[in-house]
Design a binder for this molecule. Structure first.
Ligand code: ZN
Length: 220
């Protein structure tokens, strides 16, 4: 794979930044793509841009504002509260069709820049209730993309079967633990690094981090 080119779907968060470090180890050439859908925080795009620059990676930003128009959610509307899904409902942060659209456009971009590989940080293990984070969906889209463009793309999901603690461990194994901890943006309130500590994304991130530290201690 070393000689090939890859596109990382990149939000500047913990997961996609870990994927970016992973991709930089696997492929000769890596570029990132961030989707602008007027998400709650423009900081996300700024953060993605800053990380790409720091790592010397070409960064694409694609305008996906139509997604905002079609799919109101807590990530796209300031007046919708961020809350976890209850009683089998999807969380208020779910944007229907988001990964379908993102991965499709990542595929179109990949064909433009002659990249064979597409990397996404979706994960089924810490399943937050998003159907488009499941392995079956990604595999099915991979087939559809290839059929639609007569290409041989490979979509990679290095985090698919990892829990949050294991994702921290992967960052550590890649020598990127401090980078990911201090420079990425996961927080729904737009605070880089350790975040606000109170939103569901921060809670999940911190819980995983503490489990990872414990895991590491037990191994030492
Ligand atoms: Zn937060």
């Amino acid at each position: 794979m070393k000689n090939e080119k890859a596109i990382v779907v990149f939000s500047g968060g913990q997961d996609s930044t870990t994927c970016l470090f992973w991709a930089l180890k696997q492929f000769k050439e890596v570029e990132t793509v961030t989707f602008d859908y007027n998400q709650r925080h423009d900081d996300e795009i700024e953060c993605a841009k800053a990380i790409s620059e720091e790592l010397g990676v070409k960064h694409h930003v694609l305008d996906m504002s139509l997604l905002n128009q079609l799919a109101p959610s807590a990530l796209t509307r300031d007046d919708i509260e961020v809350k976890a899904g209850e009683n089998g409902d999807l969380p208020s942060t779910f944007v229907p069709g988001r990964n379908l659209i993102f991965l499709s456009f990542a595929g179109i971009l990949a064909s433009q820049v002659n990249a064979k590989h597409i990397i996404t940080g979706v994960c089924e293990t810490d399943f937050s209730g998003y159907p488009d984070c499941r392995d079956a969906f990604v595999k099915s889209l991979n087939v559809s993309l290839n059929l639609s463009m007569d290409q041989q793309f490979v979509i990679h999901t290095p985090l698919m079967w990892l829990n949050k603690a294991e994702t921290w461990k992967l960052a550590d194994d890649l020598g990127a633990l401090e980078f990911v901890r201090t420079k990425t943006l996961t927080c729904y309130n737009g605070i880089i690094g350790d975040g606000c500590g109170e939103c569901p994304a921060c809670e999940l991130r911190l819980k995983g981090y503490e489990e990872f530290l414990q895991m590491r201690e037990e191994r030492a």
